[in-house]
Design a protein around this ligand. Structure first.
Ligand code: NDP
Length: 342
């Protein structure tokens, strides 16, 4: 089975009809060329950056998906056959270029081996708590914004893959944490992670008033996962020398020129001397901060000092909907698609 893109979607909301779930032949072991690996997919990671890859634009940091080709992204799989000296049958592997197919052939250079039997760590954890979104939280909060004890942070999409880790890393560093989330269940979850104040941005009324009440003295760090109005409110609420981790702007990914939100409070960057850190996480995996992240988060997770909520959707045929859900807040935690059993 293969999940393919039907057409590019330059703007607006993608729909199920933009994808096709196609039966394809399973590649045979005999078709492997030297240094190739036949993989059976276990998990696909659904990530908001896919939206950019659906748009057909050429000038992005990551290439667009091509209509007629399978989607691809981060994933976990198991080696079924190998002509590579680096991998043997049964190895568990990950890569950022997993095809959205149940079986596919990959060159060995694209793959990293992961431990298959570490107590307390499931294969999907390598896409979540020890994976790209958590590392994104770490880089934005610790490495770029240099969070300090006693500071106040506002985190948007606080129950999500990145947000839930930001909340916990910030609490562990002695910050006062304010979270925003899109449902009451999500609000309760973010509170359970230790956040001091959490609000449902859909039902709280005035965002400006809500943030003001939660942080009367203003905010030192805004961890931005959503852009749009909440970014505007955060800009207007920054304290002197505030920092913004410009991680993502999901509220704008499906925007059209007519619906795009226009920020009004940019002037506060000057008057409050605010620094905005835009960043793309793929630039950081080969930096020392990656080891710092793995050391801190894996030891805390094993000890139970960090929680991480995965949101598993079962069945490769449900992968397109699982992806689309992200843009409507229908995921609750890190969204992955379970393709097959270990
Ligand atoms: P999440 O797990 O947080 O899922 C997306 C969430 O975004 C939804 O559950 C929903 O939460 C919220 N959301 C969706 N649509 C809207 C909207 N219109 N307005 C406000 N909120 C919305 O995703 P991730 O944690 O994986 O990603 C969070 C952000 O981080 C994204 O913007 C993503 O692009 C970015 N990112 C950036 C990286 C980088 O390298 N810079 C790397 C990884 C992620 P709710 O119900 O609470 O509204």
């Amino acid at each position: 089975v293969s999940i393919k893109l039907v057409r590019t979607i330059p703007s607006g909301s993608p729909a199920l009809e933009d994808f096709v779930v196609e039966a394809v032949d399973t590649p045979s072991e005999s078709s492997l060329e030297p240094n190739q690996v036949l993989i059976r997919s276990l998990y696909f990671s659904c990530d908001p950056y896919f939206r950019g890859r659906l748009s057909g634009t050429k000038d992005s940091y990551v290439s667009s998906f091509i209509p007629g080709n399978p989607l691809e992204g981060r994933g976990i799989g198991t080696v079924e056959a190998s002509t590579s000296p680096k991998f043997i049958k049964g190895d568990m592997v990950t890569s950022a270029a997993f095809k959205w197919e149940k079986y596919f052939i990959s060159s060995d250079g694209a793959l990293t081996k992961i431990p298959s039997n570490t107590a307390g760590i499931s294969p999907a954890d390598y896409l979540g708590v020890l994976g790209m979104p958590s590392f994104t939280a770490y880089v934005g909060l610790v490495f770029l914004c240099k969070a300090q004890p006693g500071e106040t942070i506002l985190v948007s999409a606080a129950s999500g893959a990145v947000g839930q880790m930001v909340v916990q890393l910030a609490k562990a560093r002695g910050l006062r944490v304010i979270g925003a989330a899109g449902s009451d269940d999500k609000v309760d979850f973010v509170k359970s992670l230790g956040a001091d104040v959490v609000f449902n941005y859909k039902t709280c009324g005035s965002l400006q008033e809500t943030v003001k009440k939660a942080a009367p003295q203003g905010i030192d760090i805004y961890f931005d996962n959503v852009g749009g109005e909440l970014l505007d409110v955060a800009l207007s609420s920054m304290r002197f020398f505030g920092r913004i981790a410009a991680c993502g702007m999901i509220s704008q990914y499906n925007a059209t020129p007519e619906t795009a939100y226009h920020i009004k409070n940019l002037g506060n960057i000057v008057t409050k001397k605010v620094t905005i850190y835009g960043y793309i996480i793929s630039d950081y995996f080969d930096k020392p901060v990656y080891k710092e992240f793995i050391d801190e988060v894996s030891s805390k997770f094993k000890k139970g000092d960090i929680q991480y909520r995965l949101d598993e959707v079962f069945g490769i045929e449900n992968a397109p909907q699982a992806l689309l859900d992200l843009f409507e807040g229908k995921n609750f935690g890190k969204r992955v698609v379970k393709v097959s059993d270990v």
